[in-house]
Structure formats: structure tokens, C-alpha cells
Ligand binder design. Structure first.
Ligand code: 1AE
Length: 407
């Protein structure tokens, strides 16, 4: 006890007294009232009181958007909340999230709070160990066109993706429990296809099956999937909440990597004035809750996030400043082989190149789509410009002709 978690906010207001506002947040979100308390009561309540650490005002004239704002830093005593993410979030940004143009930028965790979270079970090293791939970015393929398809169709799609040399296949996040491809049958079918592909490629493969259903059934469904042979899970974290992920990640029987999908996050992070900043939402909190891989929009695909934010998300997922395993950054959406040089430049070798349309939409078919990505990855790792590598590989050439190169 005795520690504090530190929240940083940006508050936009044309007229507010920011110092006064910061004090009212620190008091209002902790003890409720302070100046009116009798002296004896103050002594008892002191340990529960929030503390304003700093208020940095930026006048409209100096602000990049011409709006007056202040960055406010407040410490919240650990003694006020239990060791779970919902308790922390409600403390630092519960009612406050609705009170004016205010955005939660960051949270610094106390050692005591952090010690309640084991974080990712596998992380970057663990996922690489399972796949036996240590020297290049990984390649993940996204199942597309899955709704309304039966197991035979899914099997065929899986095989085509796996034969293209991908390291991971993930379910589409919109595939839920359904009569055509129910969870266990889906896992058995896809894992059998993975075995078949392995005989041809010699490659290990992780299949992240979408973990869905009512919240109180998630752990049971995860274990059903694992018993059926699942070797990874996909999870729509923000639809269920960080605590659902944290509970799954700390369950010893759920001993497979968990990939976190960012669905719903666009309702939370993009506004300058409201919500929770992407590096905290999709970076720090995902890692704290135990995601082994985290998907987020890249700076250059079809759904984009500003580059400085994507870099900050990646940093939050991998920084050595947190005593947790690193989570694999998976910049996604609209990724094609011609973007691999940029992905490598901006995220380094410890990145998962993830594509749906960029694989299935390849002019020569799904397997060729996977091969084109692997050729692009190999070229980048060897320092060969894609335009040169494309002269030697039909699949990469077709991809480059279809989508171009950005280097
Ligand atoms: C940011 C999430 C990306 C995602 O889930 C998805 O399905 C991407 O598909 P493509 O690669 O844009 O077709």
C-alpha cells in the first residue's frame, strides 16, 4: 500500500481556471470534498486524497489547433481501488470522461497495481518460439468471406491461406457462433487443414479462432476450443472489456496466445477532445491485460491512424519500462505486399504483417497472395528493393502491379 497510479489528461477549455479544475478532479474523484472537512477528519482522509502533480497550460496562441488547453497530471492513491483495470479506469476517468472536452492520455501504474498483472503469457518471444521463426516479421492472414460458408468451404479457404506460407491465420472478428461453422468443428477442421499444409510447407501455424459468446461463458468456450485443438485465440477486447481479457490471460488452462482485435476502439480513441488515447487504449492496457498480439490500424492502409500514434502504440506494447512480456504489434487494415518496406522501417522486425484483402484479393489467388508477402518480407530482410525482388518472383510482381510499392 501507499502507492499511487498517475493519470495524465488533456483538457480543452476557453476560459477555465485549469489549476482549480485540476484540484476539483483530484478531490472529486477521490474523497469528494476536502476544504469543508474538519481537521481531524482530514488527517484520516489524507491517504485517500488525489494529488495534483502538475498543470501545464497552453494558451490558444501557442496551441497547434488554436484551442486553449492544459495537460493535467493527477496521482490517485492505490488504497482507493482494487487491483483490476475496471476499478482503475472508473477511478481516473469514470464520471470525468463525460465532463467537458477532456481526454485521458496516459496512466502510470504503481508497482503494487502492476504486480497484480502477469501480462502476456507468450508475448513476442513466446509466439516466435511456438512458430520456430526468429529472424523475420511474421505473416498473418485474415479469413474473409466466412459468414454463410460451411466447414468444407472454410477448410478450403484455410488450406489456401496456409499453403501460401503464412505463420498465423485469424478468424474474421465478425464470425460468431453459428450453425454452419460451430466453434469446435471449426477448430478441428482448420487444425486438420493446418496439419495438411504443414506436410507441404514444413511450417508451423497458429490459428486464432474467434472467442465469442456471453461474457460468463468466455473461459469455458476458450477451453472447449483448446480441447478441440485450438492453438491461439482472437478476442474482441473492447466489446467485452479489459477485465475479460485479463481473466482469460491469467487462467492457467488457457495456455495459448491471445490476439486482441481493436473492434470498437474507433469509438474511443480518435477524437482530440474526448476518449482515451490510442497508445494507452491499444498499447499499455492491452499489454497489461495480457494480449500476446495486438491489432491496430497502420499509418498507410485502408483504415489509418496517425503515424506518431501507431509508433506510440508499438512503443507501449514493447517498451522495457513495463515489467511484462512484450506484445506483438500487428498494424493492420488494407495491408498489401508493397507496404512491407514501410512496416519494417516503422515497426522493425518484431512486427506481424497482417492482411485479409491483400492476400485473398491477389490477382493469382489466395496462396499466391501469401507467397507474395513472404517474398516481400524476405526481400526487405535481405535489403533488396521490392522492385528488384518483383523481377524474380511472379507472385510479388503481380501484387506490385496490382497495388504498387511504397518505400
Ligand atoms: C484493424 C483491423 C483490421 C482487420 O481486422 C481486418 O479484417 C483487415 O482486413 P483487410 O486486411 O483490410 O482486408
Amino acid at each position: 500500500m501507499g502507492g499511487y497510479c498517475r493519470a495524465t489528461y488533456r483538457l480543452y477549455d476557453e476560459k477555465a481556471d485549469f489549476e482549480k479544475k485540476a484540484q476539483s478532479i483530484a478531490v472529486g474523484l477521490t474523497v469528494g470534498s476536502w476544504t469543508d472537512l474538519p481537521q481531524a477528519r482530514k488527517a484520516e482522509m489524507e491517504k485517500h486524497l488525489g494529488r495534483v502533480v502538475s498543470v501545464t497550460e497552453v494558451p490558444a496562441a501557442d496551441s497547434p489547433t488554436g484551442e486553449r488547453y492544459a495537460d493535467i497530471v493527477i496521482d490517485y492513491p492505490d488504497i482507493n481501488f482494487s487491483r483490476d483495470i475496471p476499478a482503475l479506469l472508473v477511478t481516473v476517468f469514470g464520471k470525468l470522461s463525460m465532463d467537458g472536452r477532456i481526454k485521458l492520455l496516459d496512466i502510470g501504474f504503481s508497482d503494487d497495481f502492476l504486480s497484480a498483472f502477469p501480462g502476456p503469457k507468450f508475448g513476442i518471444e513466446g509466439v516466435r518460439r511456438l512458430l520456430g521463426v526468429h529472424d523475420r516479421p511474421l505473416l498473418m492472414s485474415i479469413f474473409k468471406s466466412v459468414i454463410g460458408h460451411d466447414l468444407a468451404n472454410l477448410r478450403e479457404q484455410f488450406l489456401l491461406q496456409a499453403l501460401g506460407g503464412v505463420d498465423l491465420v485469424k478468424d474474421d472478428e465478425i464470425l460468431f457462433e453459428n450453425p454452419l461453422t460451430p466453434l469446435e468443428k471449426r477448430v478441428e477442421t482448420c487444425m486438420a487443414a493446418a496439419e495438411e499444409a504443414k506436410r507441404a510447407t514444413g511450417q508451423e501455424l497458429l490459428y486464432a479462432v474467434n472467442l465469442t459468446g456471453p461474457t460468463f461463458k468466455l473461459a469455458e468456450n476458450a477451453k472447449r476450443a483448446i480441447r478441440a485443438g485450438a492453438n491461439a485465440l482472437l478476442f474482441n477486447v473492447l466489446a467485452y472489456g479489459f477485465d475479460a481479457l485479463a481473466e482469460l490471460a491469467r487462467d492457467p488452462e488457457i495456455n495459448v496466445p491471445i490476439a486482441a482485435h481493436p473492434a470498437i476502439s474507433g469509438a474511443i480513441y480518435p477524437s482530440r477532445h474526448y476518449g482515451i488515447a490510442a497508445p494507452l487504449l491499444l498499447g499499455k492496457l492491452m499489454r497489461l491485460a495480457g494480449a500476446d498480439l495486438v491489432l491496430f490500424p497502420s499509418p498507410y492502409g485502408s483504415v489509418v491512424m496517425p503515424k506518431e500514434d501507431t509508433k506510440a502504440v508499438k512503443n507501449a506494447l514493447t517498451t522495457g519500462e513495463l515489467p511484462l512480456r512484450s506484445s506483438f504489434p500487428v498494424p493492420s487494415a488494407g495491408i498489401h505486399p508493397g507496404l512491407v518496406p514501410l512496416l519494417h522501417r516503422d515497426f522493425g522486425p518484431d512486427v506481424v504483417v497482417n492482411a485479409g484483402g491483400g492476400i485473398h484479393g491477389h490477382p493469382l489467388g489466395t496462396s499466391a497472395g501469401g507467397r507474395a508477402f513472404r517474398q516481400a518480407i524476405d526481400a526487405v530482410m535481405a535489403g533488396v528493393p521490392l522492385v528488384e525482388a518483383a523481377k524474380r518472383h511472379d507472385e510479388l510482381r503481380a501484387a506490385v502491379e496490382a497495388w504498387g510499392i511504397r518505400e
